[in-house]
Design a protein around this ligand. Structure first.
Ligand code: AMP
Length: 310
């Protein structure tokens, strides 16, 4: 079992409606690894600056996240400033400072060269490619991105698609990649561009898996107390890929179960503020919520088809 990820390790300024901006540890890889570490020991390749606090290193270390690939460079840590709208879904990126990521050349430590599962988290596609090139045979590759990279680095991004087993995108991103409006048509076009499967994330409305093996729908797990949605997408990916790494089965049915795990992970993420809150989630509570989720989506389908058989 081994899970490797690259992505941002960041300081975020988060502005929630009616609240003062708050600085908090963030970054796509931080969220991914925090989520994955609930039942896996992910390894992290990223860079931080001189301003990155030792207490944050300690937080990652205590989560048993492998830090041999976390470089400390001269300069400032990646900073992202996001402002949420009243709906706590849509947000504006007010500032993105790459800081030390601008000159970062990722180096995967020798001992990590053959991970079972690789997550190319949201960061510039050329950095994702550099990591992909350094690893040997990987059993499963997940990739996440955002509109910024699709728009500004389309060629680099598209070149990655044939290496991707599961692409994590939202509605807007899948439309932007494919230049198609209908989400299903768009996802199928992305398959034709090389990705083996696509999961379209639709926030509280859940997710759709589109693959040559079929479609699957995952309703969101409903929660009343949404505190901060930052990191939900990365936590979703973290739960999904940590589960696949755990069971070492990468078939369609396994990916479907993994996306249930990801969905539940995302629901815990939005109920707290920052990765430290997500790290408080206990395995017993997680398991209980998975059981509830399975209960919610259990329609006794065979009975329903029998009833309609007239
Ligand atoms: P999510 O809410 O799942 O999209 O993840 C939000 C995290 O992504 C935040 O903690 C940010 O630090 C990080 N982030 C935001 N913009 C970027 C970007 N352009 N590149 C890499 N990471 C980013």
């Amino acid at each position: 079992m081994s899970l490797l990820s690259i992505g941002s390790v960041a300081y975020d300024i988060i502005e929630l409606p009616g609240k003062e901006p708050v600085k908090v540890l963030g970054g796509s890889a931080t969220w991914f690894c925090t989520a994955a570490s609930l039942f896996s020991s992910p390894n992290l390749v990223a860079v931080v600056g001189n301003d990155f606090a030792n207490e944050d290193i300690n937080f990652l270390r205590e989560r048993k996240i492998g830090l041999d690939g976390l470089e400390r460079a001269n300069g400032s840590t990646f900073h992202w400033h996001g402002r949420y709208h009243e709906d706590l879904i849509s947000r504006d990126s007010l500032r993105t400072d790459l800081g030390v990521f601008a000159d970062f050349v990722p180096k995967v430590p020798d001992a990590w060269h053959s991970p079972d599962v690789l997550f190319l988290g949201n960061i510039k596609p050329d950095l994702q490619a550099l990591v992909l090139r350094q690893v040997g045979d990987v059993k499963f590759v997940g990739l996440d991105t955002i509109e910024l990279w699709i728009e500004t680095c389309r060629e680099d991004f598209e070149a990655l698609l044939p290496s991707v087993d599961l692409l994590f995108v939202n509605d807007d991103e899948v439309r932007q990649i494919s230049l198609e409006n209908n989400v299903l048509v768009a996802a199928k076009k992305v398959l034709s561009m090389g990705a083996k499967a696509v999961v379209v994330k639709r926030g509280e409305h859940g997710a759709i898996l589109v693959s040559p093996d079929g479609l699957a729908l995952f309703p969101g797990f409903p929660v009343e107390n949404i505190v901060d949605p930052t990191g939900a997408g990365d936590s979703f990916a973290g739960g999904t890929l940590a589960y696949l790494d755990l069971i070492q089965d990468f078939g369609f049915e396994a990916v479907k179960r993994a996306l249930v795990v990801g969905t539940v992970m995302g629901s815990f993420c939005v109920q707290g503020f920052g990765p430290r809150a997500l790290a408080e989630v206990k395995m017993t509570d997680f398991r209980q919520r998975v059981a509830k989720y399975l209960d919610f989506v259990d329609f006794n389908g065979k009975q329903l088809l029998t009833d309609l058989n007239f």
